[in-house]
Design a binder for this molecule. Structure first.
Ligand SMILES: [Fe+2]
Length: 582
């Protein structure tokens, strides 16, 4: 058994793998109940994994950590001095502080002491080998598991891993090449997107999806766009695809925010206040320019790497590839015949990559021996017996059902809002039918109903549909075999004749971010869709994450019950038990 870890950092997680199979994988936020839990070492994920797998730390043969702590301090310092030489106004106190914090966060001795403490607490004196892997290499291996038998290009884009923000690799079906291209800080697509996310009044490294959604409401504004090219500019492949001027982010005074400088304010005017509405066109058009430029740069990367390698397949990971609109544009460009996007593309995927690297290095195994990842249900689960005890203790009225899928489908067709808590928890930002809130996608009012009663999201944000795998092609323009549409990570065009049929799940640009559901990966959820098809002719359901605004997705029946009673949900399906309010 090998253990992969990442954290503190954005989205800490732990992953247990054995013989190329993922056995347990969870994000720390689900247990700490702090969204993305950026300051945590993933202790609780480790303990929950051990408990679920009924193993002890003595069974761990090796540990991989998703950051090259050993070399990081030196690399970061060199990079900072270079940036300071190029941008003389960089003597901002905040920059120095941020650098210092990063160095402390990824200090090798500190991380090793966290790990050692786990073992000494259990009186285990023999601590397995701990390897600190380069962050982008972990993203690479995390995405190869989607189809390890294919050779192909691997493109990684994030805020930064150590000092690297973009890297392009080649996987020959056996091992990973040295990068074909490496782009270093201060250039960074992820950091630019985070800066603009904060400028637009949202939380950086958390709400980028909102900016992506907002971009569809904007339009090309020549003045805004030309100004934006000062911040992020597409350049040729020889010049490394893009140039992002750090003086708009951190190499300048920052009186308005943490992640954008006063120079950004001089260029675009006053930033939007958080939760200020309505959003005026200035902000929408800026989001449009950001998204358009990002997509242009990513398409150029695909084009260049395809020509360099003549490959037909490309794998993608890194936080930037949580952008399902950009992913959809990559797919549509048809540069690669097959595209695989790691659904845990942000740093929650790094623990998986580190675990796979640790095992492969130790056993000298080829990546082609990995077992294909075909679902994301790798988290904790609760037996009916545990749920029964809780319901009795909470003194709520409930009933047992042998047909939860059929009953839930009937209620959804009657426009009820359903809490759906079944089986092992999903890893990743999207609920995939294990910890989900479900509603009728055929109802034009469903979006408002879910928003009003549970989610309190902006009215303009669409929800996502889950669809039976067999019916995917009927609703969406996309190839089931070549794009892996099982994880809500790619935006597809909704077929014209279906747009009016599922109004609450279609975005203003007539796209949707669907989840195809197979019998094999989630039978109970597939059956629910099958029953919905029998009742209303469409095997689809509106699926959104089971949480209250600002909180992580629920992990336990207790949290599900709390969410149920503090929101306008009508029914809750907790394992085989049904709880209703009337
Ligand atoms: Fe990353």
């Amino acid at each position: 058994m090998y253990l992969g870890l990442f954290g503190p950092g954005p989205n800490p997680s732990a992953c247990f793998v054995d013989n190329g199979n993922v056995l347990f994988w969870a994000e720390e936020e689900r247990f700490t109940r702090i969204k993305t839990s950026p300051n945590s070492f993933p202790y609780q994920s480790i303990y929950r994994g051990l408990k679920y797998l009924k193993i002890s730390l003595e069974d761990i043969k090796g540990i991989g950590y998703g950051w090259d702590c050993k070399n990081y301090s030196e690399q970061a310092l060199n990079n900072l001095s270079k940036t300071q030489l190029s941008y003389p106004s960089s003597s901002d106190y905040l920059n120095k502080l941020a650098q210092k914090n990063l160095n402390i966060r990824y200090d090798q001795i500190k991380i090793e002491s966290y790990i050692r403490r786990l073992f000494t607490k259990e009186n285990i004196s023999e601590i397995p080998n701990i390897e600190f892997f380069p962050h982008h290499l972990c993203h690479v291996s995390s995405t190869l598991i989607l189809n390890p038998l294919k050779e192909g290009v691997v493109i990684i884009n994030d805020g930064a891993g150590e000092i690297i923000s973009t890297s392009i690799h080649y996987y020959d079906g056996n091992s990973i090449s040295k990068p074909l291209k490496t782009i270093y800080l201060p250039n960074s697509l992820g950091s630019i997107y985070a800066s603009l996310t904060e400028y637009l009044g949202y939380r950086a490294y958390e709400d980028e999806g909102r900016v992506m959604g907002l971009s569809c409401y904007g339009e090309y504004d020549a003045e805004i766009h030309n100004n934006f090219l000062n911040v992020l500019k597409p350049v040729s492949s020889e010049e490394n695809f893009y140039y992002s001027d750090p003086t708009f982010r951190y190499n300048f005074k920052r009186n308005y925010g943490n992640r954008f400088s006063d120079k950004m304010v001089s260029l675009f005017g006053q930033p939007r206040k958080p939760d200020e509405s309505p959003l005026d066109n200035r902000f929408k058009n800026l989001a449009f320019s950001l998204q358009k430029t990002l997509e242009e740069i990513l398409i150029n990367m695909c084009d260049w790497s395809q020509k360099e390698t003549n490959s037909k397949v490309c794998f993608f990971a890194g936080g930037v590839h949580m952008n399902c609109k950009a992913n959809g544009s990559i797919v549509k460009s048809n540069i690669y015949k097959e595209c695989y996007f790691q659904p845990a593309s942000s740093d929650n995927g790094v623990s998986l990559g580190a675990a796979l690297l640790a095992e492969n290095r130790d056993k000298k195994k080829s990546f082609s021996k990995l077992s294909i990842l075909n679902n994301l249900y790798f988290g904790s689960s609760y037996e009916d017996e545990d749920i029964l005890q809780l319901l009795k203790k909470a003194k709520v009225k409930f009933r047992y059902s042998e047909h939860v899928s059929a009953e839930a489908a009937k209620s959804i067709s009657e426009n009820k809002l359903i809490g759906w808590f079944q089986g092992r928890m999903e890893i990743g930002a999207r609920s995939l039918g294990a910890r989900s809130i479900l509603a009728n996608p055929l109802s034009p009012k469903a979006r408002d109903l879910v928003n009003l009663n549970v989610k309190s999201r902006e009215k303009w944000r669409p929800f996502c549909p889950s669809v039976k795998e067999e019916s995917f092609d009927k609703y969406f323009d996309g190839n089931l075999n070549s794009t892996n549409p099982y994880y809500m990570i790619i935006a597809y065009d909704v077929k014209e004749n279906m747009i009016s049929k599922i109004p609450s799940c279609v975005h203003i640009d007539n796209t949707a971010r669907p989840q195809a559901v197979s019998r094999k990966s989630n039978l109970k959820y597939w059956k629910l869709l099958d029953f919905l098809e029998k009742i209303q002719n469409h095997p689809l359901v509106l699926n959104t994450s089971f949480n209250i605004k600002g909180e992580p997705i629920v992990e336990s029946p207790e949290q599900a019950l709390r969410c149920f009673y503090s929101t306008g949900l009508d029914e809750l399906y907790l394992g085989s038990y049904v709880i209703t309010k009337k």
